[in-house]
Every structure is written in structure tokens, then in C-alpha cells.
Design a protein around this ligand. Structure first.
Ligand code: GLU
Length: 611
């Protein structure tokens, strides 16, 4: 998390850098700050809050002439949310000023013995990094040797942009595992966490991506790149690609929130992913056919992965080892004949990238499903799948996860066809059902939105919720509970419906509501009946249930559900998408009813680039 930017230009940069930082706000929004030069000294200004909400340009007049600046929007990892902990941070000797994304894991060791000398003012690991840079640069004969020394001392993962007091014409970028992109755009050189930051500087950019353990020193317009090898930075050449820069699709239009705008785009993203996957489909299927299948993701992407696990199990009769990225490496030793499917909207999720890097090193093949082209995960993968869902601005993933679910469905279907589990007739039926999914989703969006809204407004005062389901509806319930709590701040626990009776049911009373994700009676009779058994157990204890299912309400006894949302019955795989959509709408309307910060819920960030 955290968005960082550094700009060096021939003209003043305050106005574009402010707007750029606003574009990076999705990466963290508890506080922000800017640094530039004023008469050969650092000028730093920071504030608590989200930049789009509390920024006032009148407070930043002193920066107006600056043609080199760095900026940061924070998602705190070390040290509370306060002005003093906000970035940029200046070293003890005022020799450098840095903005940092990531975590310096050995900051306490580095601090030991130096506390007094460094006169630490914040609780951040970042201030320690600034001081280590200062020590390096003062100890060594030139900047690059100083950076080498500092880089060898810092452990953890980080992207850093830095300015030096001794030279107000130099901007430095360092990367170890956190993203940092370099752009040349006319008179401007920009270093930033995300290409979105470049939008304010023009429509065309020459871009290069710093890889792990690389550095860039921008001296005016002259750029030098380095790679850290054997304890020092060695100069390297990097290729630039010419890229069109646009913020297309990030306008709110007629909608009141990005979340609802993006949910509404789901029918389209389903078409887009089917087209995107084509190019790689054959290669991936052939490799999956011969390899052990592993799927990893974090947060929502993990629940997507679990839905995919059901697809692979049911469509291609293959067990896919599926774990949350942060735990996968504790459970799994990757080998040459493994195939890892890594799922991450941003392609920069730290925990998922750790799995990708480890698997790759072991010789495994990587398929990476991401909605950001050229993200780190896309660049590391053998088979990058770009979701092409359009920019997702809301911090909560909605359309991008629907697209990922569909991507896994299409992969599992193709593999099933390849290995003979899915015969030609069934393949054709499933393919045509997939084509009907956008219309079925339209039906949910248009036909059931008002009902879901009414349910949300009527029940948003309920503080405790269970979200339960069996089979594929278990991860659907987990994901829907996650979405619900993320944005409504209400307590929601997702759980397999069959597991519920083994203890958790003790919490049921008439104040603890349950959202039940019910399979199709027609397509999945056994699972449907088993789910209903579990719902009877809840009813018997006085619980209130809101049902989401494919069976007409008339099939249930009167009053069984407090409320019920019926969605089309497509097939036992794709029904998960329709139910996910209902879960998203329920979370959205509840959060609106409670007046929550929909697109930027508290304490969250869109791209989780720390461990
Ligand atoms: N560790 C730094 C801090 O807490 C940066 C956090 C981040 O990149 O998320 O300020």
C-alpha cells in the first residue's frame, strides 16, 4: 500500500503532483504529504486524512516554484496515523528526504545504538530508512556507493523515492519488491507506484519498470539505472516502452459511487475476460494437464481461488491446491512440475507475489490473472491473463472478482474438455450458458436491485451476521461476508453451512441474522436439501434468514425466510456469479444506508503491497 511519486521537471510541478497523488489515493488514505525545495532546504508539509477530502491548495503556496518534488499517500504499517508519522521523512542530518512504500523489517536492529544520534521523531520504519541512507551517503565517496551501503543494510521490501539536500537536481528511486515505475514525459521525469500517476503529465510516456533490487538516479533529465549485485549497485541499461497514458473509465458518470458503477459493469467484464483468455488458453491448458494445479490469492482473490477449486474439481476432475497467499508457502514446496495460478486484481499484492516468485524459482509455470496490464505479476508470469475489466476505482473488488471467477471457470472447462471429463455436448451447453451469463446478471442488476436495497435498508441496524453456503456457495458466502464487513463495518462471519452446527450455531438468536446462499433445487438437489437442513436448524433456534437462491419462493413454506432474493438458474457453476452479485449489492446498499465511506472504507487500501 501507500502511493509514492517523485517528479523532476523543468517547470513547477505542484499542481500535477497533487492531482497525481489524488489518483494514487486508492493505495492508502490515512494521511499524505509533499516535499520540495525552498531556497536549498527541504520544504515538507503533511496532513492527516484522505487527500481528496482535506487538501487545500492555499496551504501549499510555498511549493509553487518547486520543479522537483516527492509525495506520498499513506496506509500506516508502523506507527499510528498522525502528521508526524506521515511521509515524507527527513534524515537526522537533513541530508535526504524520502517517501516510502513497504516495510523495513529490521528497523529496530538498525535503530539500536543510533537512537540518540538520529533524534528520531516518528514511530515509522521509514524514518530509519532515511537515516540509513544518510549514513551511507556520508560514509561513501559518491551517491551510488552510499546507496549501495544503505541498500545492503535495509531488510524487507520497499520502494523509495528520495531527494538529496546536497543536490536539488537529483531524484532517486529504489525498489525491492514494491512497485516503482519510471516515466519520461516531455520535460518531466516521474517515478511512481502506478501508471495512473502519469495521467496528469500528458498522454504519451516512455516507461520502464524498475525490477527488484534496482535503482534509478535522475539527474535532471539524465537517467542512470543500477542493479544491486554482490553488495553494490552496478550500472545497467533498461529499455523503455512507449505507452499511451489514459485514465479512461475512471469517471463516475451518473453513479453516486464507484462501487455501484463497477458492479453495473459486470455483464461487460464477463465478455472481456472470455476474449482476453483466448491467446493463452491452449498453452495454459496443456501445462495444467501435465502439472499439479495450485491456486493462490489474498482476500477476495482467495475466495475467488476457492470458487475456482470447485470448478477444477467438478469440471476437470482435478484437485487444485488452493491456499491464501500469505499461508501458501508455509504449506507448499513448489517443484518443477507445478503450475501456479496467481489471482490478484492489481498484480502487485505482496503476499501473492511472494508465492509467484518462489514458485517461479522452483521452476513452476505461472498463470497470472490481473486487471492491471504490465503489473509485476503479469511480468513474472509465463501466461499473463489481463482481465481487461476496465479500471476498478472502488477499493472493494467487485467487477474484477466476477471476471476472475469467470476466468477460472473457462480454464477449468477447457481443461475438462482437454482431459475428456467434459464431453463435446456438455462443453457446447456450458459454453452457451456462459454466453447467457451477462443477461442473467443484467436481470439481477435491473430486476432485483430494488428488492435488495429494501432488504438492506430494513436490516442495516442488525449488528451480527452469518453468511453461509455449501459447495461452491461456501466461498461465495465467505466472499460476500468479507465484502459486507469491509464496507458496512458490521460484523459478518462467512462459514460453510454444514460446519455451522458444529459450534457456531450457539450464537443464533433473533438478533443474529443469517444470509444463506442456496444452490439450485433443479441443478443440485443433494446440495440444496443439505443446505435447507442447515437452515431448519437455524430456524429451530429462532434465527432470521435472508435467502438468496434460484428456486421460486413459492417452493418454501410461508415465512421461512425473512426475505428472499431469487436469481436466474443458469447452471451449478455460473450461479455462483449471480449470487456473488447479490452479495455485492446487499453490501453496497447496507453501507449506503449506514452512510459509510463506500469507495474508500476505513483502514483499507486497494493494492496490498506489504506483507
Ligand atoms: N512502513 C511505512 C509506514 O508505515 C510505509 C507503509 C506502506 O507502504 O504501506 O509509514
Amino acid at each position: 500500500m501507500c502511493g509514492i511519486i517523485g517528479v523532476i521537471s523543468k517547470k513547477p510541478v505542484l499542481h500535477p503532483i497533487v492531482k497525481s497523488l489524488m489518483r494514487l489515493e486508492y493505495r492508502g488514505y490515512d494521511s499524505f504529504g509533499f516535499a520540495g525545495f525552498l531556497q536549498d532546504d527541504f520544504l515538507v508539509k503533511k496532513a492527516v486524512g484522505a487527500i481528496t477530502q482535506v487538501f487545500n491548495i492555499d496551504d501549499y503556496k510555498a511549493f509553487e516554484e518547486c520543479n522537483i518534488m516527492i509525495a506520498h499517500t499513506r496506509w500506516a504499517t508502523h506507527g499510528g496515523v498522525s502528521e508526524v508519522n506521515a511521509h515524507p521523512h527527513i534524515s537526522f542530518d537533513s541530508s535526504n528526504c524520502i517517501a516510502h512504500n513497504g516495510v523495513v523489517t529490521n528497523f529496530q536492529d538498525l535503530l539500536r545504538g543510533a537512537k540518540e544520534v538520529w533524534n528520531i521523531v516518528s514511530q515509522t520504519d521509514t524514518e530509519i530508512a532515511a537515516n540509513i541512507l544518510a549514513e551511507g551517503i556520508s560514509k561513501k565517496r559518491d551517491i551510488i556507493h552510499g546507496l549501495s551501503w544503505a541498500f545492503s543494510k535495509l531488510e524487507g521490501e520497499f520502494a523509495i523515492v528520495a531527494m538529496l539536500k546536497s543536490n536539488s537536481n537529483i531524484l532517486i528511486g529504489l525498489r525491492r519488491k514494491s512497485p516503482l515505475i519510471v516515466a519520461k514525459m516531455g520535460e518531466d521525469i516521474i517515478l511512481a507506484s502506478d501508471e495512473l500517476a502519469f495521467v496528469e503529465f500528458g498522454k504519451q510516456a516512455e516507461i520502464t519498470y524498475l525490477d527488484d533490487n534496482e535503482a534509478v538516479i535522475c539527474k535532471g533529465h539524465e537517467l542512470k539505472f543500477y542493479r544491486f549485485e554482490d553488495d553494490s549497485f552496478i550500472e545497467i541499461k533498461k529499455d523503455f516502452v512507449s505507452k499511451k497514458i489514459s485514465a479512461e473509465g475512471s469517471d463516475l458518470g451518473e453513479y453516486s459511487h464507484y462501487m455501484i458503477k463497477e458492479i453495473t459493469e459486470e455483464p461487460q467484464v464477463i465478455k472481456n475476460i472470455a476474449a482476453s483468455i483466448e491467446e493463452n488458453m491452449h498453452g495454459i491448458t496443456e501445462d495444467l494437464h501435465q502439472s499439479q494445479i495450485n491456486i493462490a490469492g489474498s482476500g477476495s482473490a482467495f475466495y475467488v481461488s476457492q470458487i475456482g477449486q470447485y470448478f477444477f474439481g467438478q469440471l476437470s476432475a482435478r484437485y487444485a491446491f488452493t491456499h491464501p497467499s500469505d499461508e501458501m508457502l508455509n504449506l507448499k514446496q513448489f517443484k518443477r512440475n507445478d503450475h501456479l495460478i496467481a489471482v490478484s486484481q492489481s498484480g502487485e499484492t505482496f503476499d501473492t507475489l511472494e508465492v509467484v516468485r518462489t514458485a517461479k524459482l522452483a521452476g513452476a509455470y505461472i498463470t497470472s490473472i490481473n486487471n492491471v496490464r504490465d503489473s509485476t505479476s503479469q511480468r513474472l508470469a509465463n501466461f499473463p491473463i489481463f482481465q481487461n475489466s476496465g479500471k476498478e476505482v472502488c477499493v472493494l473488488s467487485t467487477k474484477s472478482i466476477l471476471s476472475q471467477v469467470c476466468c477460472l471457470f473457462l480454464l477449468a472447462l477447457e481443461l475438462g474438455y482437454r482431459n475428456g471429463e467434459v464431453k463435446t455436448d456438455a462443453y457446447d451447453v456450458l459454453t452457451s450458458e456462459y454466453k447467457r451469463l451477462p443477461d442473467a446478471l443484467e436481470f439481477v442488476l435491473r430486476g432485483q436491485n430494488e428488492l435488495i436495497k429494501r432488504i438492506a435498508y430494513q436490516n442495516c441496524n442488525i449488528e451480527h451476521w452469518f453468511f453461509i453456503g455449501r459447495g461452491i456457495y461456501y466461498p461465495v458466502a465467505m466472499e460476500s461476508a468479507l465484502k459486507f464487513k469491509e464496507v458496512s463495518y458490521l460484523h459478518a462471519e462467512g462459514m460453510p453451512a454444514g460446519f455451522f452446527k458444529h459450534g457456531t450455531i450457539s450464537l443464533i438468536d433473533d438478533n443474529f441474522y443469517t444470509v444463506a446462499f442456496i444452490p439450485s433445487r433443479f441443478n443440485e438437489r443433494r446440495l440444496y436439501e443439505a443446505t435447507l437442513d442447515n437452515l431448519y436448524e437455524i430456524k429451530a433456534r429462532g434465527g432470521n434468514i435472508i435467502g438468496i437462491g434460484h428456486t421460486p419462493i413459492t417452493c418454501f413454506e410461508n415465512g421461512f425466510f425473512l426475505d428472499y432474493v431469487e436469481v436466474p438458474d443458469l447452471n451449478k457453476y455460473l450461479n455462483s456469479c449471480l449470487q456473488l452479485c447479490v452479495g455485492q449489492l446487499l453490501a453496497y446498499h447496507c453501507a449506503v444506508a449506514l452512510d459509510r465511506n463506500i469507495d474508500r472504507p476505513r483502514a483499507l487500501a486497494k493494492s496490498v503491497t506489504v506483507r
